[in-house]
Design a protein around this ligand. Sequence first.
Ligand code: IMP
Length: 193
Amino acid sequence: MKLVFATHNNHKLKEVQLLLPKYITLLSLTDINCLEEIPETAATLEGNAIIKANYVTKHYGLSCFADDTGLLVESLNGAPGVHTARYAGVQKNAKDNMDKLLKALKGKEKKQRTAYFKTVIALNLATEQHLFEGIVNGHIAQQKSGEDGFGYDPIFIPNGYTQTFAQIPLSKKNSISHRARAMQQLIHFLKNK
Ligand code: IMP
């Protein structure tokens, strides 16, 4: 069975392929010759994951899943939320995004820095659509620490840890992260299909 993962990121693709039963062959957007950036114009993470999955199903007639992730800070009413990637502008620069968030939280104590990452996956399988969700709770650090990871990793401290995602070993991050949790649900579903 062939299933498209609506991403251009081969690293993500390989990671997920390893977790799936052998009879499922994952294809990336590049593999199906979909070279454009699918516009993420919805007001919610769910909406954007659905747009991406539906785009592939509509234009290529293939079963597909797509993910969308946001960082939600409670004292900022859920910002940056659906705008996480481009919080500080369309250049989607991780340093600019973190600087903007640290500025927005300047002077706030730990309990006002509560935040969580949320990943939503939309799966289109034949005529059915299924949604999966993964969350990791934590808080935003006072400053950046650590070199590993990407995006907001240097300022996100998951609950139960004193270090940021950029300081925790990647294997550990990958077992507790929002994306891992959403993926685990998807994989469980596909294995039981
Ligand atoms: P995407 O939907 O996977 O492209 O994620 C949207 C944005 O969320 C990215 O551009 C990153 O800035 C941020 N993000 C997603 N996952 C992570 C993560 O695991 N650590 C840090 N930032 C992340």
